[in-house]
Ligand binder design. Structure first.
Ligand code: ADP
Ligand SMILES: CSC[C@H]1O[C@H](OP(=O)(O)O)[C@H](O)[C@@H]1O
Length: 406
């Protein structure tokens, strides 16, 4: 193709058929559009004869969730395919393999993970994933440490930061996560039953001051190549395996943002079970599991990060006693703060999460949403007091009214 053209199922199939490296001439291809995200088209294409299948993801010139009135850069497809390649080289097996990237069509052809489940859905069905925390802690530590100034020569890191300047996508996060929810913005929407809580948040100058500081960190703190949208819809899982998808928001940003967004989305699932799981024993058991998952993600991340710091650092100053402890404490504070911001924006901003949206009874949904807002505010306001991950999970237990042994 010489010119960008948005695909439909038929055109995607024709495009795939021409790729002789993927399919032979006799292939009998079938194509389905399976995208469920806010931004892009995702086609599943399979050869009915061999069973071979691929995913073709194409960026639209606008945000799918809003329509053509919200134009959006096609460069996000480049960012996504290049980030996937880097993540694959640093942490092989944790992202789908990239088979082909077409800059004109803004599309990436990648490994089909249809045998995996989007993590968010698994958590909604109260599935437990025995290896998930270890996998994702490792992925976070490796992708974040090995793209940072600790592992790359400073000039190379700056070149990478330039390669991953992602101003339009960052602007979306700046607005949707750190700004709009705190004003009467027309992009906001929320359950009318929580209006009082939303007004209190908008009137809380102390909270908004802390959000403003976190926003500044997001704007300026180019610590590592972060995924940039690391929620449970960007992770696909089986009981045995874990894959990370959709890094189109990648840029050089604060490490705690990725960890915080993940923690927030696990906590949004936690809150959603107020509506989804009426049996209180079943609910508290699963909520306890989710909190232990957060603790394990952090401890696996921390262990791996310390290990890389000791063995892979190229920065002379990392030998200074106490530096790594100080650094990780600051990442943990950021994690708490960014988790809080992500939780609040998913309740009162533009982009909600299916975890809570699928609670049909608005009163029950409001219960989960109020809980998420309370946790979110406390995480932002109290992040300075956090010394270890257990300080976060015990605070959540307290807010949710769970006993310490739950
Ligand atoms: N490599 C893949 N294999 C299988 N399904 C995928 C793959 N990538 C995406 N999907 C499916 O498409 C959906 C949307 O993909 P995603 O990358 O999150 O799109 P968006 O950028 O629009 O959010 C995912 O929730 C998942 O169901
Ligand atoms: C108009 S973009 C809203 C929202 O969508 C993105 O998520 P995803 O691509 O996973 O659907 C991102 O979280 C943005 O903030």
């Amino acid at each position: 193709m010489l010119q960008y053209q948005a695909l439909n199922e038929y055109r995607a199939l024709i495009y795939a058929r021409k790729r002789r490296d993927l399919f032979v001439e006799q292939s009998q291809l079938v194509c389905r559009e399976i995208g469920d995200g806010n931004l892009n088209l995702v086609f599943h294409i399979a050869d009915q004869i061999t069973g071979k299948s691929i995913i073709m993801k194409q960026a639209l010139t606008y945000a799918r969730v809003v329509g053509e009135s919200w134009p959006l850069t096609l460069d996000r497809a480049r960012i996504e395919s290049q980030a996937l390649l880097i993540q694959h080289s640093i942490c092989p097996g944790f992202v789908p393999k990239v088979y082909h990237y077409d800059p004109i069509m803004a599309l990436t052809i990648m490994e089909d993970l249809s045998s995996y489940l989007v993590m968010r859905k698994g958590l909604a069905s109260r599935v437990q994933y025995p290896h998930f925390s270890r996998h994702i802690g490792r992925f976070l530590a490796r992708t974040l440490f090995l793209t940072s100034d600790f592992a790359l020569p400073s000039q190379e890191k700056k070149m990478r930061a330039a390669q991953f300047m992602n101003p339009e996508m960052c602007k979306i996060s700046e607005n949707l996560i750190f700004t709009d929810p705190y004003f009467d913005s027309e992009t906001n929407r929320f359950n009318l039953l929580i209006t009082d809580a939303v007004i209190k948040i908008r009137d809380n100058d102390q909270l908004k001051l802390e959000v403003a500081k976190l926003k500044e960190g997001f704007l300026t703190h180019a610590q590592a190549l972060i995924h940039g949208d690391f929620h449970t819809g960007s992770i696909m899982v089986t009981e045995e395996d874990t894959k990370v998808i959709d890094p189109e928001f990648s840029f050089y940003g604060p490490i705690g943002f990725d960890i915080g967004v993940l923690v927030a989305n696990v906590l949004l699932s936690f809150a959603s079970h107020e509506g989804h799981t009426p049996d209180s024993q079943e609910r508290t058991n699963y909520q306890a599991y989710l909190l232990s998952m957060i603790e394990e993600i952090w401890s696996c991340f921390e262990k791996e990060f310390r290990d890389l710091w000791e063995k892979e650092s190229k920065e002379q100053m990392t030998v200074i006693p106490g530096y790594v402890d100080d650094y990780l404490l600051q990442v943990l504070e950021d994690t708490a703060g960014y988790a809080g911001c992500e939780m609040m924006r998913r309740i009162i901003g533009l982009a909600h999460v299916p975890d809570l949206e699928s609670v049909e009874d608005p009163n029950l949904r409001a219960k989960g949403e109020q809980l998420a807002l309370s946790i979110g505010q406390q995480l932002v306001l109290e992040r300075w007091q956090v010394q270890g991950i257990n300080d976060i999970t015990s605070r959540v237990r307290q807010i949710a009214g769970l006993g310490m042994n739950q």
